[in-house]
Design a protein around this ligand. Sequence first.
Ligand code: NDP
Ligand code: MG
Length: 397
Amino acid sequence: MNSGNKILAVFGSTGSIGCSTLEVVRRHPEHFTVRYLTGNSNAALLVEQIREFRPAAVAVSDPAARAQVAAEVGQLTEVLDGPDALADIAARDDYDTMVSSLVGFAGLLPTVTAIRAGKTIALANKETLVVAGEIITALTRTHGTPLLPIDSEHSAIQQCIVGEPAHGVARIILTASGGPFRGWTTEALQAVTPAQALRHPNWSMGSKITIDSATMMNKGLEVIEARWLFDVDPSRIDVVVHPQSIIHSMVEFTDGSVKAQLGVPDMKIPIHYALTYPDRLAADYDRLDITRIGTLTFEEPDSDAFPCLRLAYDALRAGGTAPACLNAANEVAVAAFLRRDIAFPRIAALIEESLTHVPQHSVTSIDDIVEADRATRAWAETHIMQTDFQPTTRIHT
Ligand code: NDP
Ligand code: MG
C-alpha cells in the first residue's frame, strides 16, 4: 500500500514536535507536501522553515515575531494576521492532515476547527483531549475525522490493538520514565530548580511537557488522553514506571496475553507512524539494539512524592469541567515554576486547590470548556502564592 502524497498543515512547526515532523518530511519528500506552518515567538526558525518548505501561508501568534517574519519572507508566503489566523488556516480546504502540535490549551480551538473541516488529525497536543475528550471524540465521529495519536505511549497502544477486537482489550498499561526526580522524596523536591527539572533523562522535548514529565502530570494527562482515544474506562488504565523508555506502552488482552511496542525514544518514529497510518512505510531512524540496553525494569509510581497522577485520575472520574480545570491550573503552575515564582511541589498543590475551590460544572459545548479554562486561570493566578492550604474536600472519593 502506498501512503500517497499527504498535504500537511503543521501547527506549532517551531516546537519540538513541529521540528521532528519537518524532519520526517525532509526524509520522505515524495510522500509529503507542507502547505501551512504556524509559530508563536520563534521568528528566526519560522523564517528558515518558510525558506525551506515554501508554505502557502503561515500564522504567527506573537505580534513582534509576525512583523519580523513578514519583513523577512513576506514575499515568499502569506503571513496571516490577527487572533483568527490559526482558525483561518485550520479551516482551509487545500490540505489533508493537521499536525496538531501547539502546546497547551492554545491547541484546542484550531484542532476543533480542523475536525469540523473533516481533516485527518495527527495529534500531539494531548491537552485537547484532556480538556474536551468527550466532545472531541463525538465530533470526530460526526465528521468522520481520523484522530491519530503522535504521543509515543498512545502510538504504542494503537500499534498493539491494530487488528484486535475491542472486546479483547482488558487493560492498557502506560509506561512512564519517572522523570529526572524518580526516587526523590517530597522534602528533596522542595528545592529543585527549573534547570534540574528541564533535564529529562531520555527525551528531548518542549519545556512545558518536560516539567509535566518531572511532576508525573504528563502521565496523568496521558491517562485521560488514552481514556478518550481508546474508549477505555479509567479503572482499566494503569501506569508503570519504566526508566529506560524502551517499551512505550502495553496492552493486556482478555486471554492474559500482553503486547508491548518497543523502540528507541525518538518522536520521529510515532510521528512517522501517524502520518503514514495504516501503511508501515520504511524509514531509517535509529534502530533499537536490545542487547546493548540489557535490562528493562519496572516499578510502581510514587504517588506521595508525585501527586499529580492521582489528581488526574480524580479529575477524569469527576468528569465535567474538572479535567479542564486540572489542565488550566497545571499550565498556570508550570509557567510560574519556570519563572521561579513557586517551588516544585506547589505545582501539584495549586492544582488540587483549584479543583477544590473553582466550581465545577457539566459540559455540553466547547464554550463550557473555554469558560472553565478562563475561570480556573483567573482563580489560580490569584491564589498561586498561597502555600498554607489544607485540603478539606476531595473532588472524588
Ligand atoms: P514546544 O514548546 O516545543 O512547541 C510548542 C509550539 O507551539 C511552538 O511552535 C510554539 O511556537 C507554539 N506555541 C506556543 N504557545 C502558543 C500560543 N499561545 N499560540 C500559538 N502557538 C503557540 O512543545 P512540544 O513540541 O514539546 O509539545 C507540543 C505538544 O505535543 C504538547 O501538547 C505536548 O504535550 C505534546 N507532546 C510533545 C512531545 C515531545 O516530545 N515534545 C511528546 C508527546 C507529546 P514558538 O516556539 O514559535 O514560540
Ligand atoms: Mg508521551
